[in-house]
Write a protein that binds this ligand. Structure first.
Ligand code: HEC
Length: 134
């Protein structure tokens, strides 16, 4: 229990540091990586342009969300929320989103690396922020 809380806390700190330092991500080629990962893992449902018209979208009960129009929170892109939706930390299932895969586990299994996973998810969230229609 304590270990879980500690791990969670560490994660929150890592995420908030990353969210607040776009230069850091930029320096690591985050933008390009985010786009690549997006095309690889998300475009099939959310569309290459992010507007929700991916190739498998017609097969789905719930239409994938238009990711270029994520509602702002306090006038800002809700980076942390998007991060949590991707990694499955928020109870998105309760909102009827069982069809939205939980990527945190997928990425982690692939890389076996928690920090790497967080960076990848962050890169994707960053990419999604960059495609918002203003
Ligand atoms: C198998 C299809 C599928 C794939 C692949 C997929 N999604 Fe989704 N996603 C959905 C569906 C369907 C919803 C809407 C669920 C709902 O509204 O209940 C959704 C919702 C979302 C939302 C919530 C938007 C909001 O404002 O509520 C985000 C953010 C999101 N997806 C990001 C991603 C990202 C990033 C990836 C790639 C890592 C991805 N999705 C891959 C199907 C998919």
């Amino acid at each position: 229990m304590l270990r879980r809380i500690t791990a969670l806390l560490a994660l929150v700190i890592v995420v908030s540091v990353l969210v607040n330092s776009p230069e850091l991500i930029q320096a690591q080629g985050g933008q390009e990586r985010g786009q690549k990962l997006y095309m690889q893992y998300c475009a099939s449902c959310h569309g290459v342009d992010g507007k929700g018209g991916g190739v498998v979208a017609p097969e789905m009960k719930t239409m994938p969300t238009d990711l270029t129009r994520i509602p702002k929170v306090d006038g800002k892109f809700p980076a942390l929320k998007v991060h949590q939706i991707i990694s499955g930390e928020v109870g998105y299932r309760a909102h009827g989103a069982a069809e939205m895969p939980v990527w945190g586990q997928v990425f982690r299994r692939q890389t076996g690396d928690r920090a790497r996973t967080q960076l990848d998810i962050h890169a994707i969230a960053n990419y999604i922020e960059s495609i918002q229609v203003r």
